[in-house]
Design a protein. Structure first.
Length: 366
């Protein structure tokens, strides 16, 4: 294990004091330190944006930025890393801190993470990005050498971090959202109200896990589910495309982090979807499943966005007393329709994960 405070001290010694990234469960204590000690940190909507923020920071200050994210988002970062930051293009130095889900050493992660974990080192090597793995305090000397290499050669470098690498940092975030609606209560009501001609496509994280668990335990028969265990930010486009080529009611269960990650896809979704497309935004203003870091969706006028994106209808649920009535109106509406549900930052305990993904796919398309 690495002492989180000592890690940041090492970065400061090497004149790295600016951070941008996408929150990750493996980097939870890293992010907690950033927030607790009010470090210069910009939470980006996706990993490519984080790299772009880092490039802008360097062009302005000539200082090396620290960019952090999970290896599942490495694909999002590749475009700016190769086409702008690479030493054969603009040669921009930066330190990448990458949470390594599915690392061969851990080897007990979910299928999508195990696959990405096995190829992460190979991808970074293919990108010509010098990479180290840190596991203990003695590895901090490697960080110093890595940063020096980045400065000397003017190119991105990477540091892979496995589960439980950083020591615990306690930090509680305060949210404006005072909603009493729990996501699990809304999901249960939805499963009660949908008909057999409905199919739900749900976003990654706690949303899919709660949907899976509630349906399994309470044995709901109406409708079928497809769980987006990966591909954060792509739930809406998958669901809208399904609606276009299907006769089923397509219900998209999305979260605010996913909504913001590829916001342009929401625009495309509303334009290609059929009238049977129903988009539900479960908005708690946070990346709840990876530590509760803010998404800042609370600062957005979601109604205006839905209107600009040409959704036919917009509904919002803020309280439990409105939930049943407004959800019924939403489900009966001719879409594409948009429903924003303000939910509390809380999930069910001891959540299981969707298993036998191939069987789930077969059942969904049957």
């Amino acid at each position: 294990m690495i002492n989180t405070k000592k890690f940041f001290v090492e970065l400061k010694k090497n004149k790295i004091d600016f951070f941008s990234g996408v929150p990750d469960s493996i980097l939870k204590n890293f992010s907690n330190y950033l927030d607790k000690f009010k470090k210069k940190n910009i939470i980006a909507v996706n990993e490519g944006n984080a790299v772009g923020i880092g490039i802008g920071y360097f062009l302005s200050t000539k200082k090396i930025p620290c960019i952090y994210f999970q290896n599942s988002g490495l694909g999002n970062s590749i475009n700016p890393l190769i086409s702008i930051a690479h030493r054969k293009v603009y040669s921009i130095p930066m330190l990448l801190i990458i949470g390594w889900r599915g690392s061969p050493k851990v080897n007990n992660d979910e299928p999508q993470h195990n696959l990405k974990g096995k190829i992460t080192e190979s991808i970074l090597k293919l990108l010509n990005i010098k990479t180290i793995i840190i596991r203990k305090n003695k590895d901090l000397s490697k960080i110093k050498k890595l940063i020096q290499f980045s400065k000397k050669t003017n190119q991105p470098v990477a540091c892979l971090v496995e589960k439980n690498t950083f020591s615990k940092i306690n930090f509680k975030r305060i949210f404006k959202n005072k909603s009493q609606i729990q996501r699990s209560d809304f999901i249960e009501l939805l499963l009660n109200l949908i008909n057999y001609k409905s199919k739900i496509i749900s976003t990654t994280g706690y949303t899919s896990r709660e949907l899976y668990q509630i349906r399994k335990i309470k044995k709901y028969k109406k409708g079928k589910d497809f769980y987006m265990v990966g591909g954060m930010g792509h739930t809406a486009i998958v669901s809208s495309s399904f609606s276009k080529f299907s006769n089923y009611n397509s219900i998209c269960l999305d979260g605010d982090g996913s909504f913001l990650m590829h916001l342009g896809s929401i625009f495309t979704s509303s334009h290609i979807a059929s009238k049977k497309f129903k988009y539900i935004l479960l908005n708690n203003g946070s990346h709840e499943s990876v530590g509760g870091q803010k998404t800042f969706s609370e600062n957005l006028n979601i109604k205006q966005i839905s209107k600009a994106f040409k959704f036919k209808n917009y509904f919002i649920i803020k309280s439990k007393k409105d939930m049943n009535r407004k959800l019924k109106l939403f489900l009966k509406s001719h879409g594409p329709s948009f429903l924003e549900v303000i939910i509390k930052n809380q999930s069910l305990k001891n959540l299981t994960r969707p298993k036998n993904l191939i069987d789930i796919k077969k059942e969904f398309i049957k």
